[in-house]
Design a binder for this molecule. Sequence first.
Ligand SMILES: [Zn+2]
Length: 885
Amino acid sequence: MKINVRCAVLALLAGAAMPLPAFAQSSTSKGATAETVTTQLPRSVRPSHYDVTVTPDAKALTFAGKAAITVDVLEETRTITLQAADLAIAKAALATAAGKRMGAPTVAIDKDAQTATFTFAKAVVPGNYVLSIDYTGKINTQAYGLFALDYKAADGSAKRALFTQFENSDARRFMPSWDEPFYKATFSLKAVVPEGEMAVANLPVESRKSAGEGRTLVTFGTSPKMSTYLLFLGLGDFERKTVQAAGTEVGVLTKRGDLAQADYALEQSAALLPWMNEYFGEKYPLPKLDHIAAPGRSQFFSAMENWGGIFYFENAMLLDPKIASNSLRERIFTVIAHEMAHQWFGDLVTMSWWDDLWLNEGFASWMESRATAQFHPEWNPELTGVGSRELAMAQDGYVTTHPIITPIKTVEEASQAFDSITYSKGEAVIRMLEAYAGSDQWRTGVQAYMKRYKNSNTVTDDLWAEMEKASGKPIAQIAHDFTLQPGIPLVKVSASCAAGQTSLTLEQGEFTRDRADKQPLNWRVPVRAAGLDGASAETLLQGKGALTVAGCGPVVVNAGQSGYYRVLYDAKTFAGLAKSIAKVKPVDQLGILNDAAALGYAGNQPMANMLDVVKGLPADASPQVMERAANVIAGLAGYARGNDKREAALSRFASARLLPVMKRLGWTPRPNEPVTEGDLRAALIETLGDLGEPSVLAEARRRFVASKTDESAIDPSLRVAILSVVAKNADAKTWDALHELAKAETSAQVKTTLYSQLGMARDPALADKALALSLTDEPSVTTSPVIITSVASGNPDKAFDFVSANYDAVMARVDSSGATRYVAKLAQGSADPAMVEKLNGYAKAHLPAGARRPVDEAVAKIQDRIKVQKTRMGEVDAWLAKAGY
Ligand SMILES: [Zn+2]
């Protein structure tokens, strides 16, 4: 699954928050057997095949189902327990493989445990049976189980499409099942659908025949053995286009009228497939691979790796020409690469239990940059990787963090595992281990792992074992340090020069954002240092260590930035590095800037260090580095709100630093410019517009007005940025004009973007208007929470108070399981001490036990923001004054 990290809303969907009992203990030791894997079901019965027929009634939001499950009874028993949620079971029967029927069982539903137990009058002896169940279920209006998405077709008519979303534990809302990843089985799916609608699933359609009453019975091919959470069904007024790639039919599906917008996804996916076949050393095993774009959005995820039928919300897959930009292409490519990597890592080889979710998600996230390096080196994936590491560290430095591998006992705990630690720290740790093992050795290890475990389940240590064999290095020890312990190593460095050599003294500590006196944990840290001329040295640091690098110039520690740690240089060494920052490689400029910012905020280093680096970057620095510099200034501006003098000084610094770059780039894309310059142009317009730079504000407004009569006044690559600037600084009249645009827009993606921008207005009265609008019938159900999130970006307290006052109405429009995270994230930008109490009150009233983490994280961030404002910003004022701003 791909979560929405870029919206800073981390979470997922899935079932309701309910603690379930665990019958067996999890294990991270080798060998995933039935006895060692966590389960919430008795292990005495195991499914091998599901034959499922569903008949949805889209209008009534219900469906009827018939399941015939082939099971092996392993020990004599009078009961069979499986998982079922929100299903009504009408009839059940058990027969031997030869067709001999057992007496009809009684059925007991346990709503809290999400199980159904069938009890037989006589004991069922070990053997092979078929369990047949007739049942009915609900079609949801949020993305879990079988769910409906409503939209308007191009001709204005109202349409409803159906999809499924089962990760992590919602297949049980679609069919009674052993709904845990360990229970792999084959699936034969059939659906009775309205004539004229297109049905799509994991396997190709095998046959269609009339089912009467204007309906068609669609039979799909039988799947290989797979976990329940990967089953998929989609149904609606779709169009489909295919190409052949490496012997596989690759397809894209969209709602009617949008197919051309999927050309980019189809072309990139067809290129990726043969390359992934080769990387993994196993050919993609299904006859087809579809990418399905669905209208609407989720607050929590953008795509899901159902085997052979990948689901996307359309803003993650379709290239709408009205807002086409390089960054949108990059987003589409990386989401596709992520989901395709899962076809092997996750679908072909699956974690035994959710403890090891990180391996799925960290690996797929890491594969995004591997694929980008192969197909789009112009996007500089090594720089993107530094950004992703920073995202992980932004969560990992607080007291509320957790180890990558955390024991998971309940559905809610599994849901909460979908966060930056699982995804981005997982990715960063894999990148570090790959660099340590060597990329060829790493790939050899991956191939051996695929070959050995295909169609089965693993635990993390199964991968480390293959990696140690392939590399001959102690991968597992390092991996354990970084995956079983929380937090970020800090490598303290001091340098001295003698006889033409730089001697580095290294000491490992721990970086924390909010616990200056914490006793540091211990890690084995692969450390690489390099001089600006390329001379380098490496060590595996434990406690204290030393390195010698040839030459006497500045030395970068964590050169290449593949390590998951921060670097704290002594003052003199840092000053030398800052002075030469223009000569440092872009990837290391980025790493040094990130560390300087984090260490400054945490109080380990003067705030001046980050400002010196921002100021010292050359005007023609890599666009991604300059974008980060703009972002650092914008971050400081967030702490200046309400302090006019500080805000004005920061604005002057931003203009002096960034305006010359903006002038060089201009407002019109140049033919053949590096694609990342286009991204930088959009980012600078947003940052300078945010900071109220008068010339940028005036030009954005001028273009907005001109675009009403001349569409070419705004290049598609800048549409989102320019409208955001206009919206943030809107007065009532401009806001109304934007509102009219949103109402009239026909492209679903652009429409949602426009509605979200209505929430960005800084003017509190307009923020109130946007909040009121969010709960009307005007925006679509999935757009409402997007508007509220937008308001929270500038007015977090307002957004939180609004949700508190309209709790039930808002929650009816938010994916239910992600709701705990949704509300907490709205508040985390607050700097008001009163918000801490409000959040605690919210948690008490609405959160089940064990689901407080998102609230604790938001509280930690609010308390840190208040502390930074009090204790760190004075240094920024002093630096700005001294530098003449
Ligand atoms: Zn994923």
